[in-house]
Design a protein around this ligand. Structure first.
Ligand SMILES: Nc1ncnc2c1ncn2[C@@H]1O[C@H](COP(=O)(O)OP(=O)(O)OP(=O)(O)O)[C@@H](O)[C@H]1O
Length: 370
């Protein structure tokens, strides 16, 4: 079967034109990496705190977390402290208001090395806000954000532009329309690295292949489907300067990555999110480089396919957290309200071809909310 991805919502990448979040209009922190190119500014959501000596690819087993994780233990007082050496990001009692609107009211959670975490909850409950706070684009009013145990004060600063990279992949459109796919994906390398153009060109092609796109380098975003744009943005968020000695693990934050896509295109994006994770292999069979990721989503297919653990945000707090399968069977009323509505589920075993690239989709479970 040959897939022509369709979908109306282009994925926004790590970099945004004009320094504003399209969904909110919030101006970004000017202390971030700003560059002028073709009259556009870009911002990198990347950084923070150098790695401890014992962390890194292979330094921690991803299974360490999933094997030992006992969600009910998190809040019990008097029990022995959890092992925290693999915690990459921690939000501790985070509050955020916009004027009179008190959005976050004491949000606490940890993201560990190797984790695939989903954040779910009703509309307007602050899911995107917490992503922006983790990325350092918004500062909490109260509470703390720790990156590898180091407290971050306010927004990302220039001093933090090393160590753990945190990439934010926005829901809304943010590919540079006047640039080709190659220029979009290689943007940061063209601007910030000393890599020769030819090398960047090869790396861009390789990275596009990793997300199942080949031969689209010279196209403009307007010549791509919504699903392809999302994959271009994903490629842009995972491209690294390979000439640097240490390639740090990266945490990716996805804000509704499948919004606006049809079930098949959603499935492709959900699986790609998995494939670029260190526990899996990308579309050309290379190990994924993303240490951990967090996905904000409303889609059940994304919950089922792309994440292992869930944080359920409601009225400004994390009211439930646990493994995905526990969410589906939870007896907690607020969870049942969200998890319990009926689905039509189709099970198909298929392979999808996107352009000339092969994308593995072993099972397509298209779920349609009733
Ligand atoms: N910069 C801002 N200024 C004022 N209000 C804001 C700002 N950013 C977010 N809000 C408000 O905060 C609330 C939470 O927004 P947020 O986008 O985090 O919610 P969400 O849970 O991601 O919602 P959805 O699921 O609908 O995307 C909303 O009421 C929104 O209007």
């Amino acid at each position: 079967m040959r897939l022509v991805s369709s979908g109306s919502m282009p994925l926004s990448p790590l970099c945004l034109p004009n320094g504003y979040a399209p969904s909110t209009g919030i101006p970004f922190n000017n202390s971030l990496c700003f560059k002028q190119r073709k009259d556009q500014r870009n911002i990198v959501c990347a950084c923070v705190a150098p790695p401890p000596p014992n962390i890194g690819r292979g330094g921690f087993s991803a299974n360490k977390f999933t094997d030992s994780y006992k969600p009910e233990k998190l809040s019990r007082i008097g029990e022995p402290e959890e092992e925290d050496s693999d915690v990459l990001i921690e939000c501790r009692n985070v509050y955020k208001s916009f004027g009179e609107k008190h959005i976050l009211r004491g949000v606490s959670f940890k993201i560990r090395h190797g984790e695939a975490v989903g954040i779910i909850g009703p509309s307007g409950t602050g899911k995107s806000t917490i992503l922006k706070i983790i990325a350092g684009l918004l500062a909490p009013d109260r509470g703390e954000v720790y990156i590898r145990g180091k407290k971050r004060d306010g927004l990302i600063s220039d001093e933090e532009m090393s160590g753990l990279r945190i990439g934010l992949v926005f829901q809304s459109a943010a590919l540079f329309d006047s640039m080709t796919v190659r220029e979009n994906v290689g943007f940061l390398l063209y601007e910030n690295s000393s890599m020769p153009e030819e090398q960047i060109k090869d790396l861009v092609a390789e990275t596009l292949a990793a997300v199942g796109l080949k031969g689209v380098e010279d196209r403009l975003p307007s010549e791509l489907s919504g699903g392809m744009k999302k994959r271009v943005a994903l490629a842009r968020s995972i491209i690294f300067d390979t000439t640097k000695e240490t390639i740090e693990p990266e945490v990716l934050l996805y804000d509704e990555p499948t919004a606006g896509l049809d079930p098949i295109a959603s499935t492709v994006v959900e699986d790609l999110i998995r494939y670029v994770h260190l526990k899996d292999e990308d579309a050309v069979g290379k190990p994924g480089k993303i240490a951990s990721y967090v996905v904000v989503t409303h889609q059940h297919s994304t919950i089922r396919r792309a994440v292992d653990r869930l944080l359920f945000l409601h009225e400004g707090k994390v009211v439930w957290q646990g493994m995905t399968h526990e969410f589906m069977t939870s007896t907690k009323p607020i969870v049942q309200q969200v998890a319990g509505f009926s689905f039509v589920e189709t099970g198909l075993s298929c392979c999808l071809y996107c352009d000339d690239s092969f994308v593995r989709v072993p099972f397509l479970n298209a779920r349609i909310g009733a």
